[in-house]
Design a protein around this ligand. Structure first.
Ligand SMILES: Nc1nc2c(ncn2[C@@H]2O[C@H](COP(=O)(O)OP(=O)(O)O)[C@@H](O)[C@H]2O)c(=O)[nH]1
Ligand SMILES: [Mg+2]
Length: 309
């Protein structure tokens, strides 16, 4: 199995999309070799992950589509992971995404995978983390992850994405009022989509006030307006994303993101009483060793905690 996994990783790194699809299926269904695949994540530079979240119908898929066009024109290789757990049996929605993205299915510079819902949110969370980790090691220039969120029990993609974009639309009452405090913590950027609508400016202005208050003199979270259907504001958005990613993460942000990811994975191992401080301290130490692998860390941490109890 070990050799087979090594071989699979070689194929993936060589741009073999069928091999990548196979690897994702391995992880999705926890088939033999699944653990090894994650424990053998290549120790190379990882691709940046851009998370696009927001309520259903906000235009996330349309935005992803527009961003894809933009970056393909710059000769970039892009991978997309689309997750929509809010409609477990609504294949119509999934199909809608597929049709819109159909034009990319034969393009070697684009890899698209839709993930169906898998029962509990907790289980889905760790699957998305694992699958994203596979894809971010597959040699693309960027990985886009579309998830439904904001409001109810959203998927927490904060720990997953290097840049989290929260997409909002001027409809359905006062969106800003319903913005949960947590959203301000995870958003690295706000997008007001459907800017062709009358109420867009009001939402935009409200958000600007909100991020200004939140910044308290520090750098404000950018707020952008887009019309995804006509690709308006997309170049500006792409530009803002690149600028954000190029600035790089502070060590503190790194540890925060990793701790979050780790916590989600440990939850899946039924570890409910993890002390986040202990976890973060253990992570900080482990990160200083060469060849850090999150899945090995989780395995070891889990074993160590069990031996204590
Ligand atoms: N008027 C307008 N409609 C849009 C815009 N962006 C997306 N839509 C439409 O909104 C609907 C939902 O878009 P979709 O991308 O599937 O939303 P998602 O559920 O967030 O992925 C579709 O009918 C889109 O054509 C926009 O900027 N303006
Ligand atoms: Mg969608």
């Amino acid at each position: 199995v070990q050799d087979k996994i090594k071989q699979l990783w070689r194929q993936i790194r060589n741009g073999d999309q069928k091999a990548l699809a196979r690897a994702i299926t391995l992880v999705e269904n926890e088939l033999p070799g699944y653990d090894d695949l994650l424990l053998q994540l290549p120790e190379t530079e990882k691709t940046n992950v851009i998370g696009i979240t927001g309520p259903p119908g906000a235009g996330k898929s349309t935005l992803v589509n527009a961003l894809l066009h933009h970056w393909l024109n710059e000769n970039k290789k892009i991978a997309v992971i689309a997750v929509d757990p809010s409609s477990p049996f609504n294949y119509g929605a999934l199909l809608g995404d597929r049709i819109r993205m159909n034009e990319f299915y034969t393009n070697p510079n684009v890899f698209i995978r839709s993930l169906a819902s898998r029962g509990t949110l907790g289980g889905l969370n760790s699957k998305i983390i694992e699958i994203t980790d596979v894809v971010k090691n597959a040699g693309y220039d960027l990985v886009l992850v579309e998830t439904v969120g904001v409001g109810q029990s959203e998927i927490d993609i904060a720990g997953l994405a290097d840049c989290t974009i929260v997409t909002l639309v001027p409809e359905g009452g006062d969106v800003v009022q319903t913005l949960k405090a947590g959203i301000m913590e995870i958003a690295n950027m706000f997008v007001v989509n459907k800017a062709d609508r009358d109420e867009a400016n009001a939402l935009y202005n409200n958000l600007r006030i909100l991020v200004h208050e939140k910044a308290d003199g520090d750098k404000e979270i950018p707020v952008l307006k887009t019309i995804a259907t006509s690709h308006t504001g997309i170049a500006e958005l792409a530009n803002e994303i690149t600028t954000y990613l190029e600035a790089g993460k502070t060590n503190e942000r790194m540890a925060y993101l990793l701790a979050d990811k780790c916590w989600q994975l440990l939850q899946e191992k039924r570890m409910k009483n993890i002390n986040r401080k202990v976890l973060q301290a253990a992570l900080a130490e482990a990160l200083q060793q060469p060849g850090f692998n999150l899945y090995r860390f989780v395995q070891d941490f889990d074993a160590a905690q069990k031996s204590i109890r």
